[in-house]
Every structure is written in structure tokens, then in C-alpha cells.
Write a protein that binds this ligand. Structure first.
Ligand code: SF4
Length: 352
């Protein structure tokens, strides 16, 4: 995180739901909904990188897209830098767009093959500024320098570049309008392993230099451990645990986070020799028909009777650590951590 200090929240997400209707029959009647994201609340502090992890299909990419209002929200609010983007009128949303950008997973698919690098990087400037050609070209060169692309390549086309270079082009385009907040949606998943670290290092470097705030969505838990300040673990459209990185990797609290992290190799050989993999039984239930009570109850090794009836709420069970699990809920008869103060992570946002 830039400057290393926690600041005020730049992004405040409260009760975010993204339900996609299921239609069936000749009349295409609505017969249900896929609850891709089902009541998610969290903050992202200025200059922070929040990692968002979980298995594929858990809803993490949908959260990223909803935060930038690439979807219309089913419910909830997303306040970015003081404005609820969920309710902004189209004109106001357009004005807001420059401050929030996205880096996509597949640079190949997200870059127009018929446009030169200069045109791709300069496209947001065409849309949002009235600059003349000379000013735009100067900005494009500046952005190419920032991401480590040689200016001589400005008139080349995306297919002439490697995957890593194409991702640099995508990052330069995202930076064109000086955004504050960037959603990085699996930005390294399509790249060779040898290139992944370079792109992550570039993102970190840019964050330090430009004071950026990131939501870093990834299924690569080792990379998230490297880049994130705090990490939210998602399961079936909800947040199971949100904790500072070190605390989460050293001692995950939620049984799902515990299982997920048990698959991550430990850098320390002594710790690695003690690592015990937790294999979960069964499949992830359909988000169109999540189980009653805790959404993890069909696979949880620590399931209790209450879990099949009552949905656990995300609550602060240790300072800065939020968990949705009855094991930490005194009122539900579970075993809370000794001395833990369980506070609901409520709609007003009491994270520090
Ligand atoms: Fe497991 Fe129950 Fe906790 Fe859900 S609430 S994670 S089922 S112990």
C-alpha cells in the first residue's frame, strides 16, 4: 500500500446484490434468479489493495464489474469517493468514469486489433477530453513510459506484442485519465508464469507512484498474498472472511478460508512440511438455489445444526477481522475466539 498507512475508505460497498433472472418456457417467464452476488459489504481504503479471492463462479468478477457499474445493481450501494455510483444518472456516471477504471483478464480480447497502440491508449482521451492531437500524443507517450513500453511501438498493432506487453497497453489505457480506483480482474491469469511477476510488480510500482487504490480479483492465492493489504474470501456470492493479509494466511478463521488456503504452498520450508491440505467434499451448490442457513453448510467440515437454519452475518470477530460463521457467534452458541468482541459489520460501516 502506498505510504503504508490506512486512510479513509475510498470505496464503500453495502448490501450489494447482483441477481440475474432465469427465464424459461415459450413466454420466457422469469422462473428464478442466479444469485451471483448476494449481499456483500466491504470498504477499500485509499491507497490500499484489497484482494478478492475464491473459486471460479463465486461471484468475484461480478462484484468487480458491479463496482464500476458495468451492470445495473439489483440492490445495495457502491459509494466511490463520496458518490453512490449505483444511483448516478447517465451523465453524472459518464463524468465519474475517468476516476474508476478496469484492467481486464485477457489483454488479447480487450484490445481492438484494428487500432494502433497509440489509438488504444488515447481512446479515453478522445472520449473525455477536448485536447488537440499534440497534447494527446504527449500524454500517450507519457503513459507508455509509465508502463515500460517503448515509444517507438506507438504505431504498431496489438498482435505484434507479447501477452505481457499487451497487458501493459491495457494498463496504460486504464491510467489515461488519472483514475483513483482500478479494478484488476484476474490481470495475470492469461499470462505466462514468467511474465506474471513483472506485471504485478508494475501494478505495485504504479500504485506507489500514483497513489492508486486497487481491487485485485484473482484465484491465484500466492499472488494475492504478495500484492494485497487485506483479503476478502468469497464463497457462493457472499464474503466468508475479510482479514488483513498476514493474519489470514497465518491463521484463517472461516472454515472455507481455511480449506482454500490449505492448498497454498508455504514459502517457509518448516511451515510447508507441516501444511495439511483440507479437501472439501461435494460440489459448490448452484447460485440459483443456495442452501438454507449458511451457504457453506453442505460442505463445511465443522457444520453444526444451527448452520442449516440461520444465515451467519459478517461480523468483526477480532480487530480488523470479519467472519461470517456461527463458530464465532456467541449468540448462536458457537465457540467465539477467547476475548473476541463480535460486532456486526453493519450497513453504516464501522471498519477502521
Ligand atoms: Fe461451517 Fe457453520 Fe461456520 Fe457455515 S456457519 S462455515 S456451516 S461452521
Amino acid at each position: 500500500m502506498a505510504d503504508g498507512a490506512m486512510k479513509s475508505p475510498l470505496v464503500q460497498v453495502r448490501g450489494l446484490k447482483m441477481h440475474f433472472p432465469i427465464h424459461a418456457g415459450l413466454l420466457r417467464r422469469k422462473v428464478g434468479a442466479v444469485k451471483a452476488v448476494d449481499g456483500v459489504s466491504f470498504d477499500i481504503f485509499e491507497g490500499e489493495t484489497l484482494g478478492l479471492v475464491g473459486e471460479s463462479g463465486c461471484g468475484k468478477s461480478t462484484v468487480g464489474r458491479a463496482l464500476l457499474r458495468l451492470y445495473e445493481l439489483t440492490e445495495g450501494s457502491v459509494v466511490i469517493d463520496g458518490e453512490d455510483i449505483a444511483t448516478l444518472a447517465p451523465d453524472a456516471l459518464r463524468k465519474k468514469r475517468p476516476t474508476m477504471q478496469m484492467v481486464f483478464q485477457d489483454p488479447q480480447a480487450s484490445l481492438n486489433p484494428r487500432m494502433t497502440v497509440a489509438a488504444i491508449i488515447g481512446e479515453p482521451l478522445d472520449e473525455h477530453t477536448g485536447w488537440d492531437a499534440a497534447k494527446k500524443t504527449a500524454r500517450v507517450y507519457e503513459l507508455m513510459d509509465q508502463v515500460g513500453l517503448n515509444r517507438r511501438f506507438a504505431n504498431r498493432y496489438p498482435h505484434e506484442f507479447s501477452g505481457g506487453q499487451r497487458q501493459r497497453i491495457g494498463i496504460a489505457r486504464a491510467l489515461a485519465l488519472n483514475p483513483k480506483f482500478i479494478v484488476c480482474d484476474e490481470p495475470i491469469a492469461a499470462l505466462d508464469v514468467s511474465i506474471q511477476a513483472q506485471v504485478v510488480n508494475l501494478l505495485e510500482d504504479l500504485q506507489d507512484r500514483l497513489g492508486l487504490t486497487y481491487l485485485f480479483i484473482s484465484h491465484d492465492l500466492s499472488m494475492v498474498r504478495h500484492i494485497a493489504d487485506r483479503v476478502a474470501v468469497m464463497y457462493l456470492g457472499q464474503i466468508a472472511e475479510l482479514s488483513p493479509r498476514e493474519a489470514l494466511y497465518a491463521r484463517p478463521l472461516h472454515p472455507y478460508a481455511e480449506a482454500l488456503l490449505s492448498a497454498v504452498p508455504e514459502p517457509d520450508p518448516t511451515m510447508e512440511s507441516r501444511r495439511q491440505r483440507i479437501i472439501l467434499k461435494g460440489d459448490v451448490p448452484s447460485p440459483a438455489n443456495p442452501p438454507k442457513g449458511c451457504n457453506f453448510c453442505t460442505r463445511c467440515p465443522k457444520v453444526m445444526a444451527v448452520c442449516r437454519e440461520v444465515e451467519p452475518r459478517l461480523a468483526e470477530v477480532e480487530p480488523g477481522r470479519f467472519v461470517a460463521c456461527h463458530l464465532f457467534d456467541n449468540n448462536a452458541g458457537g465457540q467465539a475466539s477467547p476475548g473476541a468482541e463480535v460486532r456486526e459489520h453493519n450497513q453504516q460501516g464501522e471498519q477502521r
